[in-house]
Design a protein around this ligand. Structure first.
Ligand code: PLP
Length: 435
């Protein structure tokens, strides 16, 4: 009770006025009464009144293993009872084991991990590490990318809505137009990603050799779950090598099976120098990791970096259990297979629902653009109406997202069942019928 929501649609977010003891926060949901969640199992959340919701958002693609996975719960409880904390003086067994496990689980030469507490922090470490390694200070990032909300990470985000009132920014960043084929200016072949990557080469002409790294999400999440076209990252890798700059893959949202490969970048057969991870890394525990090749990680030796809670044994024990769950339960394959099923179901209703425009994605990382009768993006208010109606029907359907505010960003727990996917499709149809 006592929660009042004020729509701030122009800012593409919704401010929440809470009781006096909480600062206003940005809510992903809207409604006169948004429920307070008290419990979660697998893909289902339960509110204080006992209502159940199938979660097609996975709370920003974080809950890949499903809510309160028993194996991760046990790992956390056991570790908290045995040793709940150590900082500075001693590394702990779970942090050592987890770092070693990540070296095996991540692609190629990525073999050293530094643990932090969130995705933004992992990005901050990557920026500092890239500067230290190269001696250069500038960065290249994609105009529609998202990398976090701490000051350095936010500087990498090109979109005005995320930058307004937060500058001046810290690192020197040049934003390069993204590989988002729909609105790319000029005459390029949307199937050939290497053409979009040439913009990075072009931008580098004006940097006077001061660029430390190019950073990108292998598939843009906040922009609307948009995979890069084939060939894009292959050319990115060549350009970075030619110019002696590092390639940072921000896998905070695409890592750990979400896209039907262990990591998003593996779809493109390319290896980054630094990878940033968080979200599903800890199966619900707050933990992030910056993972680098040994060559790059060596620069860390002479760098002053310390995070009190980073790599604490409880979070790393959760991480270790999370990776085991992914492997034991075959969640990478599950994401791929269920994602294909989901996309097929979406295509099957498209003829009856012209509001469903582009459907794209890999694994359970799917973007569905809603359009009006003229094919233009459905106004955000109408998407939000769909979201409210779906919630009333027991489904969390993350409509009203992406850069144009008209994308449903589907990223449920990878444990979701096909029956639950069918329910989501039925509810989407009912909501589209209503509006
Ligand atoms: N990088 C990417 C690609 C993200 O999607 C996010 C969060 O959505 C972040 C970084 C920031 O992560 P966090 O919210 O844990 O700081």
């Amino acid at each position: 009770g006592g929660i009042r929501f004020i729509s701030r649609l122009a800012e593409r977010s919704v401010m929440v006025e809470t009781d006096e003891s909480l600062m206003p926060a940005v809510s992903r949901f809207v409604g006169d009464e948004t429920p307070t969640i008290v419990e979660g199992t697998d893909a289902v959340l339960v509110d204080e009144d006992g209502n159940e919701y199938v979660d097609f958002f996975g709370q920003h693609a974080t809950m890949s293993h499903g809510y309160s996975h028993p194996k991760i719960v046990d790992a956390v409880v056991d570790q908290f009872e045995t040793l709940n904390f150590s900082a500075y003086d001693f590394p702990t067994e779970p942090s050592r084991k987890f770092a070693r496990r990540l070296a095996e689980f991540t692609p190629g030469e990525l073999e050293r991990a530094y643990f932090v507490n969130s995705g933004s922090e992992a990005v901050e470490v990557a920026l500092s590490l890239a500067r230290k390694k190269t001696g250069n200070h500038e960065f290249l990032a994609l105009g529609e990318a998202f990398h976090g909300r701490t000051l350095g990470a936010r500087s990498l985000v090109g979109w005005h809505g995320y930058r307004k009132n937060f500058g001046p920014f810290v690192p020197d960043v040049t934003h390069v137009p993204s590989h988002n084929c729909d609105d790319f200016p000029g005459d390029v072949d949307p199937e050939d990603g290497s053409e979009y990557a040439e913009l990075i080469e072009y931008a580098l002409k004006y940097q006077a050799g001061d660029v430390a790294a190019f950073i990108a999400e292998p598939m843009m999440g906040t922009a609307g779950n948009i995979p890069a076209p084939e060939g894009y990252f292959e050319r990115v890798r060549e350009i970075c090598d030619d110019h002696d700059i590092l390639f940072i893959a921000d896998e905070v949202i695409t890592g750990f099976g979400r896209t039907g490969e262990r990591f998003g970048i593996e779809h493109y057969g390319v290896e980054p120098d630094i990878m940033t991870t968080a979200k599903s890394l800890g199966g619900g525990m707050p933990i992030g990791a910056t993972i680098a090749t040994a060559d790059v990680a060596d620069a860390f030796e002479s760098m002053d970096y310390f995070s009190t809670f980073g790599g604490n044994p409880v979070a790393t024990a959760a991480g270790l259990a999370s990776v085991e769950v992914i492997e034991e339960e075959g969640l990478v394959d599950a994401a791929r297979e269920k994602g294909e099923y989901f996309v097929d179901r979406l295509h099957s209703i498209q003829a009856d629902y012209p509001e469903i425009g582009a459907v794209r994605g890999k694994g359970l990382f799917i973007g569905v653009d809603l359009v009006d009768s003229a094919g233009a993006p459905l106004p955000k208010e109408r998407s939000m109406e769909i979201r409210r109606q779906a919630l009333d029907r027991g489904v969390i359907l993350p409509a009203g997202q992406g850069w144009r505010g008209n994308t449903i960003r589907i990223s449920p727990p990878l444990t979701i069942s096909t029956d639950q996917i069918d329910l989501g499709i039925d509810v989407l149809c009912e909501c589209l019928d209503e509006i």
